[in-house]
Design a binder for this molecule. Structure first.
Ligand code: MG
Length: 372
């Protein structure tokens, strides 16, 4: 099977009201989908997110000319070459080629990988808590109430973008709603140093419903993480921006985290992402995927989680949850399947077992104009 065409679908959406985290406000959401079709007629979808003009030029001028005529069976070699040019583009090509092989074999992606351990995977509602509005705290609690009404029972909320006092006031009002009956994740996006992170300790030790504290400090500070892991009352998580399995080795071998949070979009290829997941299991450290940008990427995170061995024998089906973007973002509906009661049922048809929403692709097509 040789690659015959590669189509590209750059998507853009201007947010009516910006939202954000400790890294700043987002004014827009983008997505870049590709569809690879072979000479046998089989096709597969891939996805990446970056500055659209860069992605578009890279695909049109270098990646597509390189891919045309190549054998789909050479996936690892092709992805390894594209990784040298653009790691996220390599991830998208990897997705498309996996789907083609699975569809051609009349298998679901999970079956291609050795089968599912579970039919449903838990997801948690992920928020960008800040807005430019002075009532951002109230709006944040309202958004959590809405997600709870939709069946979510775990919520990831941002801290680190305001003073510790203001963030703590916000989290106290979130906890007043959750009442210990629903779970909370705090994400500081690497904002603090160890001393600032420890200012949360007196609250954290009262809150058994905090599942993890995500990236309180820069994730490459392995020794500091190890110290914090011993001193903080809650599990620590991090690693969403790592680009390779090797990047996780210091964190895993240093036992610096309780959870790693790899993102299938940021690691250059689903094969390497799966290797990262296996490595976490080998080290006995849990793995909860970051999957904020892109519905297809998130679907692959869910496929991998469904195919991953349980982390513990304590429960028959111990599997870590996958991030679910609940902010205003039309691209979260590119895959028509939505979670129910905080769980996502893995589609079991051939390939990815579902269809990309083509109307949505056409509606949000990027017009090529500059943005920023
Ligand atoms: Mg995070």
């Amino acid at each position: 099977m040789k690659i015959q065409t590669v189509e590209t679908f750059p998507l853009f959406y201007q947010l009516p009201k910006p939202y954000g985290d400790a890294n700043g406000m987002k004014a827009y959401r983008t997505c870049y989908l590709i569809r690879i079709t072979t000479d046998s007629g089989a096709s597969g979808w891939g996805e990446c997110v970056d500055w659209l003009p860069t992605l578009h030029k890279g695909f049109q001028e270098r990646i597509i000319p390189y891919l045309i005529g190549q054998s789909v069976a050479d996936r690892r070699k092709l992805v390894r070459t594209i990784k040298k040019w653009h790691a996220r583009a390599a991830a998208s090509v990897s997705m498309a080629l996996i789907e083609i092989i699975a569809s051609h074999s009349r298998l679901n992606v999970c079956d291609l990988w050795g089968g599912k351990f579970r039919e449903k995977v838990p997801v948690y509602a992920s928020f960008q808590s800040y807005s430019e509005d002075s009532s951002w705290q109230k709006q944040s609690v309202k958004a959590i109430e809405k997600a709870a009404a939709e069946g979510f029972s775990t919520f990831k909320v941002k801290i680190g973008g305001k003073s510790i006092a203001e963030d703590q006031q916000h989290i106290l009002s979130v906890q007043n709603f959750l009442l210990g009956k629903m779970n909370l994740v705090l994400d500081a996006n690497q904002s603090y140093d160890a001393a600032a992170a420890l200012q949360w300790q007196s609250l954290l030790q009262k809150w058994p419903n905090v599942l993890w504290f995500e990236e309180p400090i820069p994730v490459k500070q392995v020794t500091e993480y190890r110290t914090l892991r011993q001193r903080l009352a809650v599990p620590l998580a991090g690693g969403e921006n790592m680009e390779s399995t090797a990047d996780f080795i210091p964190l895993l071998s240093g036992h610096a985290l309780d959870f790693i949070t790899p993102d299938p979009l940021h690691i250059a290829g689903i094969d390497e992402y799966r290797e990262t997941a296996s490595l976490a299991r080998t080290f006995g450290i849990r793995m909860t995927p970051h999957a904020y940008d892109g519905a297809l990427t998130r679907l692959y995170a869910l496929f991998v989680q469904a195919s991953l061995e349980p982390w513990s024998k304590m429960e028959e089906d111990a599997i870590e949850p996958v991030e679910w973007d609940v902010m205003e973002n039309p691209f979260t509906r590119l895959i028509p399947i939505q979670p129910s009661n905080g769980e996502f049922a893995i589609p079991c048809g051939n390939g990815i077992g579902t269809e990309i929403d083509m109307d949505l692709l056409a509606f949000y097509s990027w017009d090529g104009s500059s943005y920023g």
